[in-house]
Design a binder for this molecule. Sequence first.
Ligand code: HEM
Ligand SMILES: Cc1cc2nc3c(=O)[nH]c(=O)nc-3n(C[C@H](O)[C@H](O)[C@H](O)COP(=O)(O)O)c2cc1C
Length: 492
Amino acid sequence: MDSIDGAHVAEHNSKSSCWIVLDSNVYDVTSFLQKHPGGAAIILKQAGTDATREFQNYHPLGYVSILPAGSLIGRIDPGTLGNLRKQKESAPKVAHGDGLPHPSLCVSCPDFETAAKAILPHKSYIYASGSANAGLSLKTNLDDWQRIQFRPRVMRNVGDVDTRRAMLGHSSLYPFYIAPMGTLGAIHPGAEPEMVRGAIAKGVHMVVSTASTKSAQEIMQSFADEQRGLSDQSPTQLFYQYYMPVDRTKAIELMHIVKKCGYKGLWITVDAPVLGKRTKDRALQAEEALAVGMEEERSAEWEVGGENAFAPAMGGRAVTGQLSPHTTWDDLAWIRKVWNGSIVLKGIQCAEDAKLAHEYGIDGILLSNHGGRQLHTAPSALMTLCEIRTYCPEIIGKMEIFVDGGLRDGSDVLKALCLGATAVGVGRPFMYALGAYGAKGVERCVDVLVEELAIGMRLLGVTALDQLKPDMVNATKLLNDMWKPESFRNRL
Ligand code: HEM
Ligand SMILES: Cc1cc2nc3c(=O)[nH]c(=O)nc-3n(C[C@H](O)[C@H](O)[C@H](O)COP(=O)(O)O)c2cc1C
């Protein structure tokens, strides 16, 4: 392979010819610029430089495999590294220390967001906090927890409370877990292994995203190393969130990798046949592009899956081939043959699909609208849970029912459990805690949620989670707004 002088690379620093160095290899990424899901501008800023460090904040090195054939043009001559264009200084990924409140000052979930917002690079905060379209699905998620009130019982000897609950046959210390979130490298340099460290320290389960910065193998390795350090004492288990790639061979290959790694269950995300419209990410990408004299273009190719079978990820735009819009219920037959462990469908949003999942023999469903990041004005998980209670109550207790979206208070977990949920997924609070404080923040976030949960149990009058019953909550407000079939409405 050709050895290329740094000075020569440095000359290719524009949108008409853009070269970058990654892991000592020189790539011509000119034709890839407009296809990059993170936007052209972010790569263009690195043009003519060694982009390895910045690149690894977001991606595993293996990502280079999706570059068009012929992009690799040589190796950088190591003696000429000094001739490369100087990398533009970007804001430090995390500025731990300076001005950041001590983690103990985070006493409720919103405090983690305040801390993270203060120190995360703007782009990372936009990624974490963003939602689809005008943000109404996210708002519904947050609001609906408040639309259910408790009906507490008193004088019930609540001296000791037990917060344990099993998830898919794995005992859990708590009835909540860390929801899968992609690209944690944009939030903390330690990326997913840092989140895993915090999870293990507190024994909370975690679902790992297909769109992770680190590979499924690396994350499981960090989990195993960490567990070994604790003599395998932590009850934490890792599950795997699965995005279906367009290419069947790739899809099967990924399942084999996940199985070999030892992830405990496959959580197939079914609410993302295409990426939702991430308004804030898109606006920011357009701004960044204009700042370097380019214009972001909308491309239909980015909106639906194509031929490129690449492990998915969720930036402002999806990579061609990373999300399959073609998946149907029939696919569950071959998935079952490849994956013999438990399966959860993530993103069920109405009673009919919940019932179907049960008929297909699925182990669990996760009622979720993806943290409000997919369909505009989608129902909250609590609303879908009310639908299930009304239209197919027979499935409750027959399969595990998880819910996620907008949970910001540990005691709210109890509302979902009263209505029949197995456990609740918590997303952004853990992401913000990670961004602000790394693994220590994740630990702190668990503590905050557990404290609220345990106080809530006592004040509600229960000492174990199996004592929670539907009549301990008043969900009338949600039930009033719940969808009713046309025939039923005509009778009113
Ligand atoms: C040159 C080869 C590159 C390839 C093949 C590539 C690939 C991708 C892919 C597949 C995504 C989708 C989302 C994700 O996985 O996070 C993405 C998003 C992104 N990429 Fe790259 N990328 C490249 C270079 C870079 C560089 C050099 C940077 C930064 C210096 C960068 C920063 C980002 C960011 C910030 C996102 C959006 C993340 C998000 O909002 O989720 N990429 N890229
Ligand atoms: C920044 C971010 C990234 C996410 N990435 C993924 C993902 O890769 N796969 C997935 O199935 N869900 C993903 N989600 C959705 C979460 O798994 C979960 O459904 C949602 O965050 C729950 O809402 P909450 O953040 O309000 O707790 C992501 C959510 C956020 C906030």
